[in-house]
Every structure is written in structure tokens, then in C-alpha cells.
Design a protein around this ligand. Sequence first.
Ligand SMILES: Nc1nc2c(ncn2[C@@H]2O[C@H](COP(=O)(O)O[C@H]3[C@@H](O)[C@H](n4cnc5c(=O)[nH]c(N)nc54)O[C@@H]3COP(=O)(O)O)[C@@H](O)[C@H]2O)c(=O)[nH]1
Length: 820
Amino acid sequence: MKHTLQTLLDSISQGVYLLGADGRMCLYNDRVCELLDIPSAFFDSHPTLEELNTFQMQRGDFGDDACLVDNNARQYVLADGHAPIPTHFLRQTRAGRTLEVRSRILPHGGMVRTFADVTDYVQAEAARKQANELLYATQAIAELGGWEIDLQTKRVTWTEGVYRIFDTLPKDFHPTLENTRQLFTPAAQAIVDASYRDTGVPSKLHEFELEMITLTGRHIWVHSRGTSVWSGGRVIKRTDIVQDITRRKQTELALRDSETRWKLALESVGDGVWDLQVQTGEEYLSPQLLRMYGYTEGELPTAMAELDQRTHPDDVVQMQRNREDHLNGLTPTYSNEHRVLCKDGSWLWVHSRGMVISRDAQGRPLRMIGTHTDITERKTAEELIWQQAHFDTLTGLPNRRMMQERLAQELKKCRRDGLQLAVLFIDLDHFKEVNDTLGHDQGDTLLMEAARRIQACLREVDTVARMGGDEFIVIITELAEAAHLQVILPKLLHTLSSAFQLGHDKVYVSASVGVTVYPMDGQTIEDLFKNADQALYVAKGAGRNRFSFFTPALQTAARERAQLMSDLRTALVAQEFRVVYQPIVELATGSIHKAEALVRWQHPTRGLISPAAFIPVAESSGLIVELGEWVFVQAARQVKHWRETLHPQFQISVNKSPVQFENPNLQHVPWIEQLDQLGLPGESMVVEITEGLLLSSSDGVLDQLLSLRDDGINVSLDDFGTGYSSLSYLQRFDIDFVKIDQSFVRQLVAGSTDLALCQAIIAMAHALGMKVIAEGVETALQRDLLKAAGCDFGQGYLFSRPVAAQEFEALFTQTTSNGG
Ligand SMILES: Nc1nc2c(ncn2[C@@H]2O[C@H](COP(=O)(O)O[C@H]3[C@@H](O)[C@H](n4cnc5c(=O)[nH]c(N)nc54)O[C@@H]3COP(=O)(O)O)[C@@H](O)[C@H]2O)c(=O)[nH]1
């Protein structure tokens, strides 16, 4: 029997030993020796359990503090066998194997103990547990779960993740086909039901986004993706991976809401919205944006490349560059102003603004959104302002500013290419007279026609600009030789001196042209302008209807003029002026009771300067107003004195420049009041004016002339014969004296044309009730001829040069004593 039992024990895979009622080992198999690594001899010595434990303990089979033995047996091992024997425990061997140990107390005393090697099972179980924990953790993180629906067995299986998604635990909810229906919203149920329907093409894969309700009543969004098994036109099994996508969905919905809101907001202020999928080039255009261009939905392409073709060719490169810069992250936002083609063929100016709102992990732009604002009105206004700032409204020619910009460009080009250019200052002669006589409208017509004629003489590359009034500037570019100007200039003079038809009137003007050449005369705009102006001054001074080239001598003269002007400003305060008087002799009697007051400038360094040199400078600087007033005051005091000492009707003439009439200083006490204060009547003074003044259409000038007459101050028309010599004007303004210009007197001999002219002037003046004074009488013959012609007065070196008051008095005394 014992032998049979031993054979049985040796044939099993577990290790076994048996303790008899006396507590000693009585039976064991080889397997237990192998598993416990104990020699059979030890077992053959029939050890007690304590002796076996001590043997193993001393060998270190249980590890420090019995760490190789599980909790069930640790106390027992440490108590050295005096603790109750655990029926079941696990222990490790020194070789690293796991043994499951079971103990059974036998009814008659003694014990049987079995050892099973469970190493493989324990390791597999540990790995499975670890995998499960990982799966659980990842499902929790990804908010994932899985379910399986077996429609044949009607069994629904959920993973832990699904329980969590639906706010429950496996112990609280057992999913079935029926109770899981409560988790579906009607919309979700409809989607799922449809997927079960047999469409003839059974779909193995399915994917839904479902709005569902958890067991706590929370609305959630679930993404479900899985496979279906079909049989006989029905789904019999379905397995899904389920993911809670509530947060993503809420973000999407919020984004959609906010997008809708901003799109609506932008559209309501009139902006159009665009939305570009950068990677595909697909572009959404909002209804308002389409409306801006005159389109309705579906009429425009949605590809960015095609839409780009609707951008104005002049603007498209810049627009694409700005957009690329932003897409490449070079600018924080995209902004560009460009023109877009509308349905009706017109161009609409838009301000396009945008921003990339999403990029992929590599930083590549995915989506860019933006707006178009219609800025046509602003652009039109800007263009108009620019046009007005750069062009002359009357002629449409560039104005001074534009011309300067062009000249700057042309000079750059000339410097680069070694070319020459010419600057022409053109001034229309007698334009003022046309304006004054025919009115401003006709004057404007003449200017427009003059502009056209100037342009016609030039090439496309040349520039004609109007500076204002009757002044034009021409830039002649790419001038190979300055000699070419000799062709252009006469053409210009000729065209401008040809008749202008203004309504029914045919009028003639001419032009004075000042010319300067780059780089010969000057290098800068400033120098060229100065030069051309000086040359123009010369052309005008030389008798008009001519051109004059700039020369260095002109520059010297201009510099002198500038110096003169600067000195003039201080001369009055420095009391450098004085007045001299030239007698005006009554030819019939030789008596003197008139004189002309003439100003003289005693310059501290340059000596006596002729009024012929400084009066024009005083006029152009406006200083003549103060100077003329000062002369009048001196003359008035003088006439008072001479009325008292020389002759009670003594009269002094003063010259009054047109500039004084045009710019009266309202601070000055009116002349008649000054005379009143001196106790003098108006007729004690004569005002000498030039013919041109009578043509003035200015109300102010006319009023002043008429009030002089009303005040009794006499008016004398100077230099008669050199200007218009219009008799009708003489009559209209009640002129008292006509002064025959020196140029007629100078060559006066019997039988000459000049004498005939003088006779005619005298006769006409007398016929109109005026007296005549002949200027520049230097010889007795001239005096006699004039006297014979009936001329009333003579003035000239024959009688006396202009002299100081004291000298004049001596002359008067001498003449009177001579019986003059
Ligand atoms: N607005 C003002 N103009 C003035 C004033 N003082 C002078 N002038 C003007 O300056 C111009 C030159 O004047 P002036 O050098 O004084 O010459 C005058 C005479 O000296 C000169 N004259 C007189 N007789 C003769 C003569 O026999 N021969 C000859 N060669 N010259 C002579 O003529 C000038 C007078 O001209 P006018 O005034 O036209 O009578 C001159 O235009 C002055 O008008 C001033 O205070 N204000």
C-alpha cells in the first residue's frame, strides 16, 4: 500500500510531503525535493516540520524577515512553526519560482502539504493586470470606452470606460438593449436607427457623432466608431469604440456661435467677410462681401487663385506679397488696400484685413479669416485731394509742387545718364490787360488756350506746369544739345504771339521766356529756378516777346538787386532818402508855380542811387507803399511852405506807383486829411499815375482814383503815349494833366513825326479840357516847338535838373526876377 502511494505521489506534477501523527516526515515525492531544492537524504531523516523550517530558514529560503513568503504565511514562518499553520499561501524559491503551498491537517493527526509551481501563471496574471491598468488609465485619459451589442443574444457589454462616460459603475447599472435606449436623444436615436436599416449595401464600418444623455441626466457628445456584422439583411452584432467628445463639441459650437456673431457684426457694419482654408485655397465669401461686388451666392469662384485674378493688375503683386508675409509669420496681421473687379466692370477699392487663426503642429497656416471694407469713397477723396494738390484746376497742368517733384526725378535721371535739361519760365505779356479789359472768364479761356499751345510745341516727355496767374514753367528733358532750344523757343514765342479768339474778341499777347540749362547753369532745383527767373526778368526788361538765356552776369545783377532790396528795408529808418524838386514851367509865361517831387537815395556806401534803379525793387518788395507815403508827407509840407513864400497856387506833383493803389496801407491818414491838417486845399497836390492804372478793373483802385478827384487833388497822367493812350479813359477819370513822354520830346524837330504826335496829343487833351506837360525838354528848340504847338507846361533839364528845395527857391527867385 505504501509502495502504491509512493508511486502515485511520484507520478504527479506537484510536490508533496506527508507528516505522520508523530509530527515526523513519513512520505514525500521527488518533485518536492526538486521544488524546494532539498536533498532526499534530508527527508529520509524524517525531520519534523520545525526542523524542515529551521533548515530552510537557515539557508535563507524565506528571505530577510520572510519577505519571500506571502502575508498568509509570514507570521507562521517567523514564529518558527509555533503559529497556526496557514492552509494556503504563496512563496518564492531562491531560484525565483513561485510556489503555491496548500496544507491539510489529517483526521488521525499529521498533515499533508502540496507545492504547485505557479510561476508562469503568476507572471501572466501580473502582466494581464498591468495591461488592464494601462488600458483603464488610457481609456480614462482619452475618455474612451467600448461597447458590444449582440442582437442575437440580446447582450450588451460595456467596458469600464463606457460606464464612466455615462456617469455610472458596473455595480449600479447593467446595460441591456432596452435600458440603454434612454441614453439616446431622439436625434441620436434616429441616426443609429438609420444605420441599422438595410440599404442593400450593408456597411461594415460606421462612425457617428451623437448627442446622448448620461444616467445622471447630463447631455454629452459621443463619437462612436465601429464595425457591424450583418446576416440576412440585419445587423446581428455591433462593436464600437466610444469617445466622449463633449468638450471638443462645446468648443466647436462656441466657436461656431462666436463666428456667427462676429460675421453678423462685421456684416452689419457693411464689411464683407472672407474665410480661407489655406492648405486647399478654398475661400468662403460672405453674402455682404458678394453684395459689395454686385454678385449673389454661387456666382463667384471659391478658389483663392481665381479670386486673386479679380484684383487690379497694379495692386495684385503687393496684395499677394502682404498676404504671403503674414502666412509666413512675418507680420502679426495682414492688411492691404487694393482694387477688386465688380460684376459691372467697375473697380471697388477695399481695405482687406485678416489674420491666420489656426496653424498645424509644424506651424503651417491652416485657416485665415478677414474682412473687406469698401474704401472707394475715401480713395476717391484722396485722389481728388492729391489731384488738387498736384494739378492746376484751370488748365489741368501740373502745379508747382508736382513740377518740382518731376524736376527732381528728371534731375536724378540726368545725373545718372549724363544728360542735360532746360527749365523755361514763361510769362505772358499783357495778360493783365486782357483780364482787366475783357474779364476773368476770357482771361481763363486765354490761359487754357495758352497752356494747350505751349504743350503742342513740346514732346510727351517734357513737362508743362502752371505756377499761377500767367506764369508757366517748362522742363525740357533729355536734351542732347542746348542748341535744340533754338528751335523750340521761337516756336513757343510764335504760337503765343498769334491771335487768341476770345468770344467775339481777337486779342494778342506775347510771352517772355527765361531759360536755364542743367548742368551748365546750375545743379539744384533752387538754382535752376533762380536762374530761369533772372533770365525772365531780363527778357521782360528787354521789351518782352523774347527769350533770354541765363548768364553768370545775370546772377551778379540779381545778387545786386537782392542786396539793394535788403538795404532798402533799413534806408527809410536810417533817413537815407531825400526829396528833390524839378520845376514845371508855364511855357507861355516862363513862370514856375509847379514842381515834381522826385525821391533820391543817398546810400551810405554806394553813394547816390537813381530811382530808376531802386523804385522797381521797392515796388516788387512792397516797400514803395511806405516810401511813397513818406515822399507825399515831405511834398505836402513843402507845398505849404512854397504857397506861403513863392506862389499862393503853388502845386507839387508826386508819383504814386500802381503798387500803392493796389496795396493801400489803411493805417495811413488819407492824403486829403493830411492836407486839411496843413490848411491846404486838394488842388495843392497833383498825383502822377501811369496809364496802366486806368485799365485796372479793381474796384479799390477805381474808388481811390475817384476819391482823389472828389477831394480836389489833381491827377496827372505820366509817360503819355507809351501805353494804351486811350482817350476814353482820360475822360472817364477826369484827368487834369497829360504828360507827354520824354521819348517824343527827345527827337523833336520841326516837321518830325514826333512833333505831329505831340501836336495831336495837345489838341486832343485840350479838347477834353486837360492841360499838357511835356517832359524831358532839354533844348530851346524843343521848348519853342512845344510852345508853338500849344503845350501848356514844360519840364526838363533846359529849365532845371531836379534840385533840393533850397536850390529850387533860388531858382524860383531868379526866374521871377527875370520876369518868368
Ligand atoms: N513812385 C515813385 N516814382 C518815383 C519817385 N521819384 C522818382 N520816381 C520815378 O523814378 C523814375 C526815375 O526818376 P528820376 O531819375 O528822378 O528821373 C526823373 C527826372 O530826373 C527825369 N528828367 C526830367 N527832365 C529830364 C530831361 O530833360 N532829360 C532827361 N533825360 N531826364 C529828365 O525824368 C524823370 C521824371 O520822370 P516822371 O516821373 O515820369 O516825370 C521816374 O520814372 C520817376 O517817376 C517817387 O517818389 N515815387
